[in-house]
Each structure stands twice: as structure tokens, then as C-alpha cells.
Design a protein around this ligand. Structure first.
Ligand SMILES: NC(=O)c1ccc[n+]([C@@H]2O[C@H](COP(=O)([O-])OP(=O)(O)OC[C@H]3O[C@@H](n4cnc5c(N)ncnc54)[C@H](O)[C@@H]3O)[C@@H](O)[C@H]2O)c1
Ligand SMILES: O=CCCC(=O)O
Length: 395
């Protein structure tokens, strides 16, 4: 038995990664400048869109290819060059990408990859942030490291894009289709063994559907096949490393000490390999628990009961993070009201699989700065320049 992402999810990620290259190669044709209205006869004003320059890119292990192409593709489309520092956990995906870049004859020096150990990551980050040659830092990873990079980039006043941690609320209202909500909760929470930044991290359920939702959620969760990632029958596999496993165990133990009750799972799967943890649901959770207050980033779904819409919004918006949020309701007014009031960058209504290359991906509050993907993703790599032409003769 090996550890790793399920093979079918990894293949899906390769397609996802390629979709950014295709999308931004098309967007490159639409980087239009502007001609401003002519209000003074002797003057003309234009806005040029120019590449920012060299871009430093630091990426995580959970989507080791797609998080690279979501940055590199718009940067190249805008005319920038790139230096990529991939995660020490997954350098080979970055090197495979570099090999493909060579094969398609991207000019030497346009896409560069530097690998290093975790011990040297800080030094690599510091060099990228403080070098006056680098004009943009684009980071995807934890909020703690993102804040550090933002601070270091201040010395050279760089453009900084940050895609940081989330703690997504997944809200099930009384009017929801409970079976649909449970199915989407499983798809979101246990994707990549819970190691996805937009995973449902906190499941908030209104009191009248609390028991029926938990029954459905348990049924679908228990049917997940936790197997060897190379098997075509694998729905969920392992965590990334020992620290990730220790964090999951700590969050589960803390929830149980504070009154949470295990619905299913709750243990390391020793027979399956060292980094496997059972898909776990914990009910009767409260806001003082670590699994609610922090991003667990593992296969643990804490469920909280709420009474009113106002209470759900207070709970959902109580964290400093604001990446994604999900609402399950059949009340159209409620879906608009809550979508507008959720403090996040992305909302799914009766849906939890919300991303592709066409959508603006990103968070608010401490979940980040800027957007990736979509027609907006290219803006991080472009500078606007005003050109004003004077002394024109009007005959
Ligand atoms: N918002 C998003 O788009 C998004 C996407 C994926 C992951 N994430 C977040 O990423 C986190 C998981 O990824 P991770 O564990 O790889 O995050 P991490 O912050 O530990 O590491 C991310 C990258 O930063 C590097 N790094 C670590 N310390 C550094 C330093 N001091 N200077 C420069 N580089 C440094 C690492 O080597 C790695 O390449 C989660 O919090 C998750 O929510 C966010
Ligand atoms: O973990 C972050 C990426 C997830 C996604 O793009 O759907």
C-alpha cells in the first residue's frame, strides 16, 4: 500500500491544470488597452497593458500541478517570466511540468523551477520577496506563510497575490434537499482526503433537519472506499505526512474532550498504510473546538446545530478566513440573502463543486488577495501605463 492522492483524482488534476493553459492562451488575445475619450483637442490619452516582469511563484503540495499552471499560464499570457518554488513534498510534478515546457520549446529562462528542502524554503522565499528584479509574488499555501511573504515583499513594494487557507462553512437550512446536501457534503469534505482549501470544513445544520442530515451524511460517508490510491476502486486515500495526521488526531481528540460525539470514523487506519485516517463525522460540535476554529485539512467533518438564519450567518462569518462557503436551501430569497451576506470570495448554492478555469478563484479577509483563473486572473500580471500625447495640431 502506498500513500498519495487517488490516481483518478490526480488524472483529474492534470486536466484541470491543462485547462488553465488553454484558457489563458485564449485570454492572451484579449489583453486590450484603452483609448480614452478625446476631451481636449490637442491631447490624446491611451492606457497600455504591460507585463509586470519577473514573477516569483510559491506553490503547495495538495494540487501540485494545477496550483502552478493557475499562476504560470496567466503570467506567460501577459508576457512575464516566472520562477517557481514548488512544495518540497511534491517537487516532481513541478519538474515534469518544466520538462513539458522544454518540449514545447518555450524559450529558455522564461519558466524556471527551483526546488529546495523545507529548511531552505524561508531563504528561497526571502530572496524572491526582497529581490528588486522580481516584481510579483504569487503564493498559494497557508495563511501563516502568506502573511510572512506579504511582510517581506513590502521592502520592494511588489504586487502580491495570495491564495491562503479557508475554513468553509457548509450550511444546510430546513428547506434543503437533505439527500443532495449530504451527497455534496461528502464530495466536498472528503475530496483529496479533506486536503483542499475550499473543502467544507464546518457543517452547520438547522435544527429540523439535523438528525435526518446526519443519517444521510453517515450513510454516504460509510460507503466511501478508502483504498490504495492506485486502485480504480479508491474514493479516498491518505494524508500528506505525519504532521497532517497528527493535526487530524489532535482535532478529533479535542472535539471529543469538549463534548463532540463520533458518528463514524475517528481512527487512524493502521492496516491501510501509515498516513490513512478514516472519513470521520463528529456531531454536536461547538465553536470552542479546534476543528471549528481552525482549518483541519483532513477527513474530519464537524457538525454544529443552529436554530435561525441569523445564527448560521454569525457562526459562518465568525472566522478570520473567507475563501468559500456553501448554502443548501430551497428558499430562493434565502439563497440570495445568505449568499450576499457570507463573508467569502466564492459561494456554492445547492452545489459544492464550484471551480474550473472560468471562475474567479480567491478569498477575502485572511484567505487572500487577488483572484486566479477567469478573465480576472491575468490582472495580477499586468501593469497599466498611461500614455498622454500632447501638442497635437488641429486644423
Ligand atoms: N486558497 C487557495 O487557493 C489554496 C489552494 C491550495 C492550498 N491552500 C492552502 O495551503 C495550505 C496547505 O498547503 P501547504 O501545507 O503546502 O502550505 P505551506 O504554507 O506550508 O507551504 C506552501 C509553500 O510555501 C513554502 N514555504 C513554507 N514556508 C515558507 C517560507 N517561510 N518562505 C517561503 N516559502 C515557504 C512551502 O515550501 C510550499 O512551497 C492550506 O492552508 C490550504 O488551505 C490554499
Ligand atoms: O485547494 C485548492 C484548489 C481547489 C480548486 O481549485 O478547486
Amino acid at each position: 500500500m502506498v500513500d498519495g492522492k487517488p490516481l483518478h483524482e490526480a488524472k483529474g488534476e492534470v486536466k484541470y491544470a491543462a485547462s488553465f493553459l488553454e484558457w489563458f492562451s485564449e485570454e492572451a488575445k484579449r489583453i486590450n488597452g484603452e483609448v480614452l475619450p478625446n476631451i481636449e483637442p490637442h491631447l490624446r490619452r491611451f492606457v497600455l497593458k504591460q507585463p509586470v516582469g519577473v514573477c516569483g511563484m510559491i506553490t503547495p503540495w495538495n494540487f501540485p500541478l494545477a496550483m502552478i499552471t493557475r499562476k504560470v499560464a496567466p503570467a506567460l499570457a501577459a508576457g512575464c517570466t516566472t520562477v517557481i518554488k514548488p512544495s518540497e513534498e511534491t517537487p516532481l510534478s513541478a519538474l515534469a511540468f518544466a520538462q513539458l515546457v522544454d518540449e514545447v520549446q518555450v524559450p529558455q529562462g522564461v519558466v524556471n523551477v527551483i526546488t529546495c528542502s523545507r529548511n531552505n524554503a524561508e531563504l528561497a522565499g526571502l530572496l524572491l520577496c526582497t529581490s528588486p528584479l522580481v516584481r510579483n509574488i504569487s503564493f498559494t499555501g497557508s495563511t501563516k506563510v502568506g502573511k510572512w511573504l506579504l511582510e517581506k515583499s513590502a521592502s520592494t513594494v511588489k504586487k502580491v497575490s495570495l491564495e491562503l487557507g479557508g475554513n468553509a462553512p457548509f450550511i444546510v437550512f430546513d428547506s434543503a434537499d437533505v439527500k443532495l446536501a449530504a451527497d455534496k457534503a461528502v464530495k466536498s469534505r472528503f475530496r483529496n482526503a479533506g486536503q483542499t482549501c475550499i473543502c467544507a470544513e464546518r457543517i452547520l445544520v438547522q435544527e429540523n433537519v439535523y438528525e435526518s442530515f446526519i443519517d444521510e451524511f453517515k450513510k454516504i460517508t460509510m460507503a466511501l472506499r478508502v483504498r490504495d490510491p492506485m486502485s480504480s476502486e479508491c474514493d479516498m486515500s491518505s494524508l500528506i505526512n505525519e504532521q497532517a495526521l497528527a493535526k487530524v488526531e489532535d482535532h478529533v481528540n479535542d472535539a471529543l474532550l469538549n463534548g463532540g460525539k463520533i458518528v463514524c470514523g475517528g481512527k487512524k487506519l493502521s492496516s491501510n498504510g501509515s498516513l490513512f485516517y478514516e472519513p470521520t463525522i463528529i456531531r454536536d460540535c461547538t465553536t470552542n473546538m479546534k476543528c471549528i476554529a481552525e482549518e483541519t485539512f483532513g477527513p474530519v467533518a464537524p457538525v454544529i446545530k443552529f436554530k435561525t438564519e441569523e445564527e448560521a450567518l454569525l457562526l459562518a462569518n465568525s472566522r478570520n478566513s473567507g475563501l468559500s462557503g456553501y448554502i443548501f436551501t430551497n428558499n430562493m430569497s434565502q439563497s440570495w440573502r445568505v449568499a450576499e451576506r457570507l463573508e467569502v470570495g466564492m459561494v456554492g448554492v445547492n452545489e459544492s463543486v464550484i471551480t474550473n478555469e472560468m471562475v474567479p478563484f480567491g478569498g477575502i479577509k485572511e484567505s487572500g488577495l487577488g483572484r486566479e483563473g477567469s478573465s480576472h486572473g491575468i490582472e495580477e500580471y499586468i501593469e497599466l501605463k498611461l500614455v498622454c500625447i500632447g501638442a497635437l495640431e488641429n486644423k
